[in-house]
Design a protein around this ligand. Structure first.
Ligand code: IPM
Ligand code: MG
Length: 359
């Protein structure tokens, strides 16, 4: 039976990069026997413009019925003035939460061809292969109460709540231990247990799981030190597991080690490996519509979808190899362009990946 993929292009550069990823999916359908149906839906500002909501009920229903979701990006300056519940980002958070996509996998892999594009020296990053496992449906992003209130003296006060239940920590912990067991067996749990009780509990729960995974070597690191170590000596890490907000920040940081945030895909999984796949970069409104956005993070997100939700590891590898081929050919969108390489547009990059897939 064919699997259903819901595509949500979203805002900013979302539609441009998703168009290239759809070309890849179409090619896999026609040339490599991938049995999928692709539907489209609205999310973010694009959804607000047409329906008045950043996550219309229809999109949520389609997403629930789909086997996996491919998302571009959401957000843009045009929506900054909206009431918070109507903002594009709330649509993204709502779909993550409604689909219970608690496990966010953000691999930071340096393609050797991009060593010169990294902000760090080649010897610090060459061979880099880190998996950041970010908790995605809890923590301060969702904790209640939240808001901005006016105090008796008339001053305003903003507040959010950082809260994690043991069960939430345990399920993300188990996912991270399992991933670490399949990789190099090193798991670093990142917290701020010296200050925040929530993450004191986080550390306790992680330690409690460790005896069940004897093949995994668990360590702990405070988030400030982890940020420093990521830049100082990133190759010390294999798998990192952390809270929603720390994972948001550390994954952007890790992306720069790989040359560009335009290269990093992600998978957000529920307990049954249904997933939503998206590049970790945002909607980049400053470059939207100019044909300069890097589609590779979205194309690599398709590879993750093939691997984690569609059970097609061989096709996943094919897509990743095709990306390697275009990099070998010296093709670069502006974000990864260096003087000795050839600058290409979003569409040219997508076409080159297709040509490599067909070879
Ligand atoms: C990400 C993004 C989102 C997040 C925003 C757009 C809500 O930064 O996926 O990392 O903070 O999770
Ligand atoms: Mg982010």
């Amino acid at each position: 039976m064919s699997k259903k993929i819901l595509v949500l292009p979203g805002d900013g550069i979302g539609p441009e990069i998703v168009a290239e990823a759809i070309k890849v999916l179409d090619c896999l359908r026609h040339d490599h026997g991938l049995d999928v149906e692709v539907e489209r839906g609205l999310i973010g500002g694009a959804a607000y413009d047409q329906t008045g909501k950043p996550l219309p009920d229809e999109t949520l229903a389609l997403a629930k019925a789909a086997d996996s979701v491919l998302l571009g990006a959401v957000g843009g300056p045009a929506y900054d003035g909206l009431d918070r519940p109507l903002r594009p980002e709330r649509g993204l958070l709502a779909i993550r939460s409604e689909l219970e996509l608690f496990g966010n996998l953000r691999p930071a892999i340096l393609y050797p061809q991009l060593a010169a594009a990294s902000a760090l020296k080649p010897e610090v990053v060459s061979g880099l292969d880190i998996m950041i496992v970010r908790e995605l449906t809890g923590g301060i992003y969702f904790g209640e109460p939240r808001g901005i209130r006016t105090l008796e003296n008339g001053e305003r006060e903003g507040y959010n709540t950082l809260v994690y239940r043991e069960s939430e920590i345990e399920r993300i912990g188990r996912l991270a231990f399992e991933i670490a067991a399949r990789r190099n067996g090193r798991l670093c749990s990142v917290d701020k247990a010296n200050v925040l009780e929530v993450t004191e509990l986080w550390r306790e729960v992680m330690n409690g799981l460790a005896p069940e995974y004897p093949a995994v070597d668990l360590s702990h690191m405070y988030v400030d030190n982890a940020a420093m170590q990521l830049v100082r000596a990133p190759k010390q890490f294999d798998v990192m597991v952390t809270t929603n907000m720390f994972g948001d920040i550390l994954s952007d940081c890790a992306s720069m080690l790989t040359g560009s945030i335009g290269m990093l895909p992600s998978a957000s999984l529920d307990a049954r490996s249904k997933g939503m796949y998206e590049p970790i970069h945002g909607s980049a409104p400053n470059i939207a519509g100019k044909g300069v956005a890097n589609p590779l993070a979205t194309i690599l997100s398709v590879a993750m979808m093939l691997r984690y939700s569609l059970d097609q590891p061989d096709l996943a590898r094919r897509v990743e190899d095709a990306v390697g081929t275009v990099l070998d050919q010296g093709l670069r969108t502006p974000d990864i362009h260096t003087p000795e390489t050839r600058r290409v547009t979003t569409v040219e990059m997508g076409d080159a990946v297709l040509a490599a897939l067909r070879d």
